[in-house]
Design a protein around this ligand. Structure first.
Ligand SMILES: Nc1ncnc2c1ncn2[C@@H]1O[C@H](COP(=O)(O)OP(=O)(O)OP(=O)(O)O)[C@@H](O)[C@H]1O
Length: 471
């Protein structure tokens, strides 16, 4: 037996994390095997980034147990061995070229840049042609790819990525998917969050759906279609009228739309569970009607996402993080877990949802103004570097946890985290060569420019963080 494979990349049990009154994670269990690509999905504010930050050692859980690659994670803010990745976008040195950024990272890890695989990493993410261009001029998609290259040169055994597909064009997406698939085939565990269901479906073997800090589904993607509610399917046949008549008569099949135009032909949209749909298809074929296409109108993952995370229509007096009782008016919707005890049912919080919906968009395709940058980066990631300076400090957070380890703690880190600044506890940092140290520190932005937590988060403690949106 391959003992390495037997050690899970991630094993979390009962993880909780609060920010003041806000319960960001509420009893999370997560299992990710080595070699598995595991997707995290959920509405804005569901807790995805918070969970990824715990895996990267950027924050510590308030409760529960977390094991990464077989080793228990303690309370020190330090990157677990073998882990790389980023949340809130990769942290890059804008004044350095792509190649120099990776060389700086290699130096921070005490590695000779010649052996670090920099050219190979740049080629793998499709950035060879711009290897000597400054990161400052990079688009969001290019920065995401450079962040992935930065993670690659650390040869991670667990890769943690927050919305890595943001800003990627089709070529970039192909590169990123190729890298993740290759890493997984070599045994690296990958945990990534995304709002792109198609990406998750293309990449992940398992997903976890979060809603207001709780798991509402965790397991193989294949379980979603059958275990979830009825789905809507578009049915294209050789004889639309006869197909409609048979669908009408079929048990367990409801007609959603009698006739829709689909790619120049007439289709019917039906709603059914898989067994009823199977029976309908058998009947069609028995009657000599060819089935040309039968596909869910929205993907099973998207349907599950909508069904399991849909907030109840009304809960006027509910606090932002109410007790987990469901709205009695809401349909009974058990939490679904494919292979273990179900988690608690979805808890929804309309106030928070609407706050999330109203969140101002911050474009990540440009260099943020200093004030904006401070608010954006200081609010969320406990190890972000804050406002940029003219010397080219990392822009947002961390493209690799080693960058995080060299950063000042954010001003608004929660009290438990603030007591243990990342740079003080990161073991990798202490052994770094002198030149790496001075590079990181010379380029570090002024801490004092960050807005104070109290100012940002006046009122709803969750609101201050809504400023961060550079994803
Ligand atoms: N540093 C912080 N201070 C206060 N509240 C925070 C902080 N970080 C996260 N939160 C809150 O914790 C909850 C979970 O946030 P998180 O960013 O993890 O969600 P998410 O699923 O990543 O959302 P999105 O899809 O918008 O990125 C939210 O209510 C958020 O406002």
């Amino acid at each position: 037996m391959d003992t390495k494979k037997a050690v899970p990349a991630v094993r979390a049990r009962g993880i909780t994390k609060c920010f003041g009154e806000v319960v960001a994670l509420d009893g999370i269990d997560l299992d990710v095997a080595q070699g598995q690509i595991h997707g995290l999905v959920g509405p804005n504010g569901a807790g995805k980034t918070t969970l990824l930050g715990l895996l990267l050692g950027l924050a510590v859980a308030d409760g529960g147990t977390l094991e990464i690659l077989g080793a228990p994670v303690g309370r020190a803010l330090a990157a677990p061995d073998g882990v790389a990745g980023f949340v809130d976008g990769p942290g890059l040195y804008p004044s350095l070229t792509a190649r120099q950024n990776l060389a700086a990272l290699a130096a921070l890890r005490g590695r000779d840049r010649k052996d670090a695989g920099i050219d190979a990493a740049l080629a793998e993410v499709g950035l060879t042609d711009v290897a000597d261009d400054r990161a400052r001029g990079f688009s969001l998609g290019m920065r995401q790819r450079l962040g992935l290259a930065a993670a690659l040169i650390t040869r991670p055994r667990l890769l943690v990525l927050d919305e890595p597909a943001n800003g990627l064009d089709p070529a970039g997406k192909k590169h990123v998917h190729g890298v993740l698939t290759r890493l997984a085939s070599e045994g690296t565990g990958v945990v990534l969050s995304s709002h792109r269901m198609d990406d998750l479906e293309a990449l992940c073997s398992e997903v976890t759906i979060l809603s207001t800090g709780r798991i509402v589904f965790s397991g193989p993607l294949s379980k979603l279609a059958a275990e979830n509610r009825e789905l809507e399917y578009r049915l294209l046949t050789s004889d639309p009228k006869a197909a409609l008549a048979l669908a009408r008569a079929a048990d367990g099949v409801r007609i959603v739309e009698e006739s829709v135009e689909w790619r120049g032909s007439e289709a019917v949209v039906v709603r059914a569970l898989v067994p009823s749909l199977d029976a309908l298809v058998s009947r069609l074929v028995r009657d000599g009607i060819a089935v040309r296409e039968l596909a869910p109108v929205v993907s099973p993952l998207e349907a599950a996402f909508l069904a399991l995370t849909d907030p109840p229509a009304e809960q006027p007096d509910a606090p932002a993080h109410a007790e987990p009782d469901r709205d009695p008016a809401a349909p009974a919707e058990p939490a679904v877990s494919a292979d273990r005890e179900p988690a608690a049912a979805a808890n929804t919080a309309p106030a928070e949802e609407s706050a999330a919906a109203a969140e101002p968009a911050v474009s990540a395709d440009r260099e943020p103004a200093p004030a904006e940058e401070s608010a954006a980066s200081a609010g969320h990631n406990p190890a972000t570097t804050g406002a940029p300076d003219t010397t080219g400090a990392p822009e947002t957070s961390t493209s690799d946890v080693e960058f995080a380890a060299t950063s000042e703690p954010a001003a608004d880190r929660d009290p438990a985290d603030a007591e243990s600044p990342a740079h003080a506890n990161a073991p990798a940092h202490s052994g770094e060569p002198a030149h790496a140290e001075s590079l990181a520190h010379a380029e570090r932005p002024a801490h004092a420019e960050r807005p104070a937590h109290a100012e940002r988060n006046a009122g709803d403690p969750a609101e201050g963080d809504k400023q961060e949106a550079v994803r």
